[in-house]
Ligand binder design. Sequence first.
Ligand code: NAD
Length: 249
Amino acid sequence: MSESVLAQELALVTGASRGIGRAIAEQLARNGATVIGTATTEAGAQGITEWLAAGNFKGRGVVLNVADAASTEAALKDIEANEGALTILVNNAGITRDNLLLRMKQEEWDDIMNTNLASVFRLSKAVLRGMMKARRGRIINIASVVGVMGNAGQTNYAAAKAGIIGFSKSLAREVGSRGITVNVVAPGFIATDMTAKLPAEQQQALSAHVALGRLGSVEDIAHAVAFLASPQAGYITGETLHVNGGMYM
Ligand code: NAD
């Protein structure tokens, strides 16, 4: 993809301090977008500003806790005042709070619903206003293979990720006539801090269910997101792109 294909775009990537979010932010920046990457701490946001500058990329880091409506609103106001209207939104930030259902506490359920799903509602709604006015925009939501196939110990996470897919399909129908696309990337098992928490045997067992025989890389996901953000993907909406190396159980 050409380095300037996203030159006119202003992108927000949540959870860009590390892992998949950072790789997405880097890829969009490499393709010419101005990128606002979010982190939960000042130090995290500063780190994003620094690596963007080091790569000669346009953009900066901001503090935004996606679980908190007031923090979301404050960050969006700041971006609008300084950079203007967002044209790309990547809802990437996400957490796990794994437990078997019989042991799952209400707060483990609520935390996941709020951080992984309600955040997508809040951010999409807020950012859509500007996109509707401009009659263009891209919303790309990061779900998970777990939202499609399920996983023991992750009823909360699977429900939130499946929710993202239904949300995106519905929103795509609401805003398509305004030239805005809404799509999902559903990663398989990707080597990040999130999967590093799993025991080595479990990581190996997971790879055995992947046609390509390995965990994915953060770049594998970033390339898919950059494609969906590009003009070449202009006729794709309401879709889920499964980037999982060919998973079968
Ligand atoms: P990670 O734990 O390495 O990074 C998560 C990012 O989200 C971090 O930048 C973190 O600061 C941010 N974050 C967490 N809570 C936040 C909050 N309240 N407000 C703002 N930011 C917050 O995880 P990752 O593996 O890079 O995952 C990124 C996304 O990809 C998540 O939505 C995750 O569910 C999804 N995913 C990951 C995998 C995988 O195998 N790693 C597989 C499928 C889906």
